[in-house]
Design a protein around this ligand. Structure first.
Ligand code: BES
Ligand code: MN
Ligand code: ZN
Length: 465
């Protein structure tokens, strides 16, 4: 992984003025010679850049940030606008010379670092040119830790399944554990088949060296008991209920939940906040072979509940259920699952706004607010009890894929909740984990979702639980 970086403190830098848009044109910061930008048509539109000539050639630059935000504003149409400056400015170090009132410099700095992410594993990528001096008042350690978590999540999702199967996902978790002094336990083979029958069943058709496993990371220390569970389906063919080509194309991202919980753990650990944290990842490949699990099979879960497999493509909830059951045995204060679980979530809210499910009002409010405040929006959907009957089939306790085509994200969440009983607060995120078209700071490909909402809401959630 490449490390996110600011320009070293004390580096000689050029000034970058962030300019807001007023009713009658740019709200010029003091000390800016306006003749050149006026002549050049600079209007301080969001993302508009204007280089300023000076005695040595380049005196600095202006960057438009649009109208000042007001507290009643709807969510901005665009996040991380300053990422455009990071992409377009000439090389060297830049400092934010002046900011409009109300501009969130932390959000700006994060956008800059997000823009400098490169996935260079298979082709040389041009390294970032313009470096930002960490703005005054911004907590550099916190921003770098958030960016490092994001970079890790992106790298893991972007790596194709041939190079990131269950074994390599385990390696990534081992690296993280080694970097931060966590302990790691990995359950495979007989012990997996015995203790985690649904993880073993979903993963058993995978090829040599790609066996299913449960990865269990624990961070020593006295912090609150928080457990994160991430869906680690390294590739999802759909199984015998095979996906059509267009749907299978990006299924390397089906370990996006695992990537996000590892990214969040990385951030928490860098900030010294990982004490008491546990991370569980059921890592499998949903492959097709003679020993694939089948439609109609009835699996007996770790918890003892029986599950009728009505669609082998609803594999995520099966592997998560056994991991959640293990997590719940310890009754953590907060239990979180993150998973690229349903197409229905993306149909409901689109690729940019992950739904979360939480029965606790205070925790749900904290998550929504933290997501809003930290440019990581999330939206609550209900664990709708009246739909419980939809996940109850004829010959087993639970149905992994209710027919009817209604409320697919909700019924998946209800299925998971059956295995997460007896914990303080349970929250499930159904993330997309993928940026379908590039946006500022978010290149096409793997993306973190919900990590910053959680990072900032967790302390309050623990208090409320
Ligand atoms: N990994 C998919 C969900 C998914 C698909 C997420 C596309 C993001 C984009 C999951 O394993 C799946 O296939 N879910 C099925 C469940 C259905 C068979 C009940 C789905 O959502 O279609
Ligand atoms: Mn699937
Ligand atoms: Zn899947």
């Amino acid at each position: 992984m490449t490390e996110p970086e600011f320009a070293p403190a004390g580096t000689e830098s050029r000034p970058l003025w962030l300019v807001a848009q007023g009713d009658d044109g740019p709200l010029w910061p003091p000390g800016v010679d306006t003749r050149f930008p006026v002549a050049a048509g600079f209007a301080a539109k969001p993302g508009q850049l204007c280089l300023l000539p000076g005695e040595d050639g380049l005196a600095g630059a202006l960057f438009g940030v649009g109208r000042p935000a007001t507290p009643s504003d709807r969510p901005a149409r665009e996040r991380f606008t300053l990422a455009k400056a990071a992409d377009s400015l000439p090389g060297g170090a830049w400092r934010l010379e002046s900011l409009p009132d109300g501009y969130d410099a932390t959000h700006g700095a994060l956008g800059w670092l997000f823009a400098q992410y490169r996935f260079g594993r298979y082709k040389a990528a041009e390294p970032p040119q313009a470096r930002l001096v960490c703005p005054a008042g911004v907590d550099a350690d916190a921003v770098l830790a958030m960016a490092a978590g994001e970079y890790l999540a992106r790298d893991l999702i972007n790596t194709p399944a041939a190079d990131l199967g269950p074994a390599e996902l385990e390696d990534a978790a081992r690296d993280l554990a080694a970097r931060h002094g966590a302990t790691i336990d990995v359950i495979t083979g007989e012990a997996l088949a015995e203790g985690f029958p649904m993880i073993a069943a979903v993963g058993r058709a995978a090829g040599p060296g790609r066996a299913p496993r449960l990865i269990d990371l624990r961070f020593p220390g006295d912090g609150p008991a928080i457990t994160l569970v991430g869906k680690g389906v390294c590739f999802d063919t759909g199984g015998l209920d095979i996906k059509p080509a267009a749907s299978m194309l990006i299924m390397k991202k089906d370990m996006g939940g695992a990537a996000n919980v590892l990214g969040l753990a990385e951030t928490l650990a860098r900030l010294g906040r990982a004490g008491g944290l546990r991370v569980l990842i059921p890592a499998v490949e949903n492959a097709i072979a003679g020993d694939s699990f089948r439609p109609g099979d009835v699996l007996t879960s770790r918890k003892g509940l029986t599950v009728e497999v009505n669609n082998t493509d609803a594999e995520g909830r099966l592997v998560l259920a056994d991991a959640l059951a293990l997590a719940a045995e310890d009754a953590p204060a907060v239990l979180i699952s993150m998973a690229t679980l349903t197409g229905a979530a993306r149909v409901a809210l689109g690729p940019d706004l992950p739904p979360f499910f939480c029965d606790h009002e205070g925790a749900a409010r904290a998550l929504y607010q933290a997501g809003h405040d930290h440019a990581d929006p999330v939206w609550r959907l209900p664990f709708w009890d009246p739909y419980e009957s939809m996940i109850e089939p004829a010959i087993a306790d639970l149905d992994n894929a209710p027919g009817g085509g209604f409320a697919g994200a909700i019924t998946a969440a209800l299925f998971l909740r059956r295995f997460a009983e007896g914990v303080g607060i349970y929250v499930h995120f159904d993330i997309y984990g993928w940026q379908p078209t590039a946006a500022p700071g978010r290149p096409k490909g793997g993306i973190g979702q919900g990590m910053r909402a959680l990072l900032h809401a967790l302390p309050q959630m623990v208090d409320e639980g």
